[in-house]
Each structure stands twice: as C-alpha cells, then as structure tokens.
Design a binder for this molecule. Sequence first.
Ligand SMILES: C[S@@+](CC[C@H](N)C(=O)[O-])C[C@H]1O[C@@H](n2cnc3c(N)ncnc32)[C@H](O)[C@@H]1O
Length: 270
Amino acid sequence: MAKTSQPYILGTDSQELHRLGVQHQIWASEAQQGWKNAGFAAGHTILDLGCGPGFCTKELAYIVGESGKVLGVDLDEGYIQHLTQVADLYHLNIDGICSDFNDLQLKPNSIDGLYSRWALAWVPNAKEILQKTYDALKPGGKMVLQEYYDWSTHQTEPQLPGLSKAIAACLKSFKDQKGEIDIGRELPRILAELGMKVTSIRLIPKLATPENLIWQWPKTFYYSYFPRLVHMGLLTEAEAKQAFEDHKTLEKDKNTTLFCPMMVEVIAEK
Ligand SMILES: C[S@@+](CC[C@H](N)C(=O)[O-])C[C@H]1O[C@@H](n2cnc3c(N)ncnc32)[C@H](O)[C@@H]1O
C-alpha cells in the first residue's frame, strides 16, 4: 500500500472489487458519453485519477489505441496489480501508477485529458489535486469529472425505518470523513478558479426498481458497507440486520422505487 494520510473509507477488498464492477456496468454508458463529449480520441494520453481496479481505464485504453496511453493512478497496490494484469492480458497501453494523489508527480503539459469518477469525494484537498492535474494538462485538454452532487437524495418509496436509518448512517460516515462527499457541486467553481472553461454540467439521476439492473448498485453497496458501519459504531448489529430485512421486503415488491444519490458530470477545458 502506498503512503497515504487517511485510509480510504470504502475499503479495497474483493467484495469492494466486485461492487465496483457492478457499479461500472450501471455507469459505463454515462462515462462513455462524457468521454465522447470531451472528444477523447486515438493517440491521446489520458489520466484516470483514482482508477480503482481500472474498469474505465481499460475502456479508455481502447479509445486511445496503440498510439495513445492511459495512466491509471490509485493508492491501492492490489487494484494497480489487477490493472496491470488486465493491461497485459488485453495488450493495452496502460501505465498503472500506485500513488496517493498527494505524492503524484506529473510532467507539465503531458496529458490530453483527465477522467475521474468517485475519487475526489474522499480527499480533503480536491482543489489542490486538481491544480496538479491542471498543470499536467496540455492547453485545450479536457477534464471529465463525475462525482456526487447530493448524496442525501438517496431514498426509497416506500420508506422503511430500518433501511432509512442505515442510509442516514452512511451519509453521516461520509460527512465525518475528511473529504466532501458532495464535491460534485463544487467542481464548476473550483475548475473556473483554476482558469478552466466549464463547457458542460450534466446532472445524472438514476431510479432503481427491484427488476432493473440499477437496483444492484445500492444493493451491493449496502452488503459491503453496512457491516463497515457496524464496525465504525454508527449502526448496531441489530440495526444492520433490520436494514437488510427491510431491503428484502422492498425487493419483493416490484413497485418499489429507489432514488440513487444524485450524480453530476462536469467537463472543463484548459
Ligand atoms: C469509489 S472508488 C472509484 C474507482 C474508479 N474511479 C471507478 O469509478 O470504478 C475510489 C478509488 O479512489 C482511490 N483513492 C481514494 N483516495 C485516494 C488517494 N488519496 N490517492 C489515490 N487514490 C485514492 C481508492 O483507492 C479507490 O480505488
């Protein structure tokens, strides 16, 4: 594990690896739309900041092709090893870099684009990290950032008290960490302050029902994260059990709806 000032709150075990894979299936089309809107293309060097195991890094590598390159940066050694194996297996031009964002060294004017999803919410100094990547961006280069705009929108209809309590505990844990979970809403201002031109702001709502794939996004999150909340002392074992029972009750009714935490995509040009 690379040196880091605080542990990453969601963890990086095999359950989280699987959850990120499910999450990517649900969010891949939104990422692809962002890359298309930004004009990421063959020959580009793209930085995937906080790439995790590299679900997006792999897709970006197909876009940049043999003449381009994707730099995947993450502090978790296991994720970077996974990414390196994927790159070897599929013969893709990917450099996996195991580093805390704070220790990352990038050459000025060396990248054509930056993509980052669910990474800036976990750091206390998002603007400083973005300044560093701004310096590395070539003039005309684009940033595509996808982060939460308002995590508190996360709710079910009907609402069952046990699950609602656990969802509230998730939000509390995110508010207690040093980053800003809703960093997405701050991005247009931060990027403008860095001297970038914000070219697009797109809110991305997702509504899950027990019968659609989106349902698996919060579900895999609950099964990975509620036990962590118990460990953190934000939920008792009994409360976690009740939350799972409530979830099973909701899942049996195909008319249940679940409004996911509201996301935003911000695209900006240097
Ligand atoms: C929710 S995951 C998202 C992964 C990937 N962007 C995706 O969309 O699948 C957040 C990632 O950010 C990484 N991360 C969190 N804080 C970091 C830091 N300070 N430096 C480098 N990586 C960090 C974590 O290790 C984790 O892999």
